[in-house]
Design a protein around this ligand. Structure first.
Ligand SMILES: C[S@@+](CC[C@H](N)C(=O)[O-])C[C@H]1O[C@@H](n2cnc3c(N)ncnc32)[C@H](O)[C@@H]1O
Length: 282
């Protein structure tokens, strides 16, 4: 077995072209699957170079499956790889594929890289990634390609940020929960040009507050010290405990009014952080 992924890449008998920044990222995400009985699917076979690289890197116990639109990719079956021909943007293709191959530990998308192809791949494959497995989308810099209709909110990176919303929806402090991704994706990792969705249904629980039960110093929370928010929160908390009483409708109305005021006050803070957005984000 080779020492690292770059060695496996160099050892591949067929052409593969990868950005140099991808190797440490792949090492970080994938090294734990080495020498294990995993099923790996890679979308995008091309010259077969990366199929050989994955086999060299993961070892003989790994089942390596390639997916490509080009029927010529079937030639790599002679070398012990399983090859399936189909369009990664097609839900029917994905359904048939998973019916045939079963669940997957690692899925790497190095296919056509359009928004539709990347989003459809995530949507169709996420439920077929085993617990502890990972779905990796490569070359997500295409989310900034003009010729791909980007950048815009509905790019793949825009979609991935919605998955972050789903992950955060598990927070106890939030009422909403986006089931599809919230129940499967434990972690989303963003690297330059690579997004990884780490699947673990057991860890995807709604969070609950805990306490270590130790002695309190009755410290004051200074977050809104001296600010109008402090008074608004205290009125809101008092109103909340009255819920269910005779004046519960009035309380609800008052709480809504206070929430609106708090929202306006938070938005006014933008004047103070607007310059950071201008300087560092855009
Ligand atoms: C960048 S190459 C893959 C390179 C390979 N992974 C490597 O590193 O050596 C992209 C491949 O994706 C395939 N492809 C493009 N659009 C596709 C689609 N809609 N569905 C499946 N494969 C597609 C192309 O035929 C091409 O072989």
């Amino acid at each position: 077995m080779v020492n690292n992924l770059i060695d496996a890449y160099k050892k591949s008998p067929s052409l593969s072209i990868k950005y140099d920044t991808y190797f440490p990222v792949y090492e970080e995400i994938l090294s734990k699957y080495r020498d294990k009985e995993i099923t790996l699917v890679e979308v995008g076979v091309f010259n077969g170079g990366s199929l050989f690289m994955w086999r060299e890197y993961f070892g003989a116990k790994a089942r390596i499956i390639g997916v490509d639109l080009n029927p010529d990719a079937k030639i790599w079956e002679q070398h012990g790889f399983e090859i399936f021909i189909g369009d990664q943007a097609s839900e029917i293709f994905w359904r048939q594929l998973f019916d045939t191959i079963g669940p997957v530990d690692v899925l790497i998308d190095d296919g056509g890289h359009t928004n539709l192809q990347q989003i459809a791949t995530v949507h169709c494959a996420i439920e077929h990634i085993r617990d502890g497995g990972v779905l990796i989308i490569e070359d997500v810099h295409t989310s900034y390609f003009r010729e791909f209709g980007n950048p815009w909110g509905r790019s793949f990176v825009g979609f991935a940020s919605k998955i972050i919303d789903a992950v955060n929806s598990r927070a106890a402090a939030l009422k909403t929960r986006r089931e599809r991704y919230a129940n499967r994706v434990h972690q989303v990792s963003f690297f330059e040009s690579i997004v990884a969705l780490h699947v673990n249904t057991k860890l995807c629980k709604k969070s609950s507050p805990t306490s270590n039960g130790a002695i309190t110093q009755n410290a004051s929370d200074f977050r809104y010290q001296g600010a109008i928010q402090s008074a608004l929160f205290s009125v809101k908390n008092n109103l909340s405990v009255q819920k269910g009483g005779v004046s519960s409708q009035l309380s609800r109305l008052a709480i809504r009014g206070i929430d609106l005021l708090l929202l306006v006050l938070s938005r006014l803070e933008l004047a103070r952080h607007a310059r950071y957005w201008r300087a560092d984000i855009k």
